[in-house]
Design a protein around this ligand. Sequence first.
Ligand code: GLN
Length: 484
Amino acid sequence: MDLKNITILSLYSELKERRISCREVAQVFLEHVRKVDPKVRAFLYVNEEWVLKQAEEADRRWREGRAGALEGIPISIKDNILIKGHPTTCASRILANYIAPYDATVIERLKREGAIFLGKTNMDEFAMGSSTENSAFHPTYNPWDLERVPGGSSGGSAVAVSTRMGLGSLGSDTGGSIRQPASFCGVVGMKPTYGLVSRFGLVAFASSLDQIGPFALDVEDTALLLNIIAGFDPRDSTSADIEVPNYLTFIRENVQQKFVIGLPREYFSGDLDPEVTKILEEVIKALSEKHTIKEINLPHTKYSIATYYIVAPAEASSNLARYDGIKYGFRADAKGLIDLYKKSRSLGFGKEVKRRIMLGTYALSAGYYDAYYLKASKVRTLIKEDFERAFKEVDLILAPTTPTPPFKIGEKTKDPLQMYLSDIFTIPVNLAGLPAISIPVGLTAERLPVGAQIIGPAFRDELVLTLAYQIEKTLCLKLTPPIL
Ligand code: GLN
């Protein structure tokens, strides 16, 4: 099997023609994980016996003519999404021995289509971070340069796909956690419109921002995965009851569509790395031959980090109150109830999680609520209105995904603000609830991946994918990390 040139769709046609069995596929990928994962450490959990059992069931469904759209395709899942009967740790000590009692809606849907779960991927603890260094268990390493971070918080998923330890993955994106690691690892990663994909069975970080989305090796595979996971779910009260198009059919039918593309001045000025700037300029030049390019303003961009770091910790402090040492996971030895709460939380949570809980609790406390949380909510509305105004003039927005290529391990761990700033281009999109994708568009002189971000109006995820598909076809990049 040529792992360098494989995609979900190409492997699916091999399976369909019975040139290879699901069991053989599973064995190839397990062998590959055994070989590659010790170097990059993308996984927190791989259960070989379970993988082979899933593969046998998939082979049976092929034989019986009941194969789903992903029958026999190996994928991975970020460790904050529940798969019944298997661990979900959120890379936290406090959930180290937690076994999921039910399936997330996205998992039910993937199971229905026959996907094979290779395992659960590493992440920053409770998805708080941008480098996967905040995992309580171990960091994950960037396959393009093992001394660099893969991004985060879905770093394990991005690395797994980039190194072909599975051909797709699901992550979660609260402030950039799918797009930023996708950019750092040279793969496609998409945050769908808020409400398009059910959050039922996703461990909550900041409920008004969290969204599950796919990682894949190309845009067609991304569209296929989105087809499966998108759509109304009555078990998530923020799920949108709307008609969902077939994304794969849509992008294929609209590859010729011309767009008016907006370039936000605020995203291209100041601190953007010169190599990132240069690579993006080439993309823009190529696009300008066909599309109309227009400069736009998103004037409240500069407030987005400050706004996010009130809203997200406030919601997190409330969501994480449930980890009290009694209902879930880790319980410390203690004398009496209050001591039990204190010790379980002190020992169970890592430093960044505690920092967020304290920030959030402070921002929500009586007397400070108006000054912080209420104010942040108002600024959030202004940020959303910036985008609404822009989308009256343009169809889509093109921007960098991250201000720099992947940074060194340890480079930003001492200075949380520096770490927070690496999400400056992704956070506004979550605050506004919009769809956005990161696709690989080049390599720096040091051969580190650079991503471009496409942002669309709410519930126009198909347009975001269509422009991504066109860029992919224009650039014809095939990115395989040197570790392969
Ligand atoms: N890096 C951001 C944070 O630390 C975003 C994380 C995410 O999207 N889950 O909160």
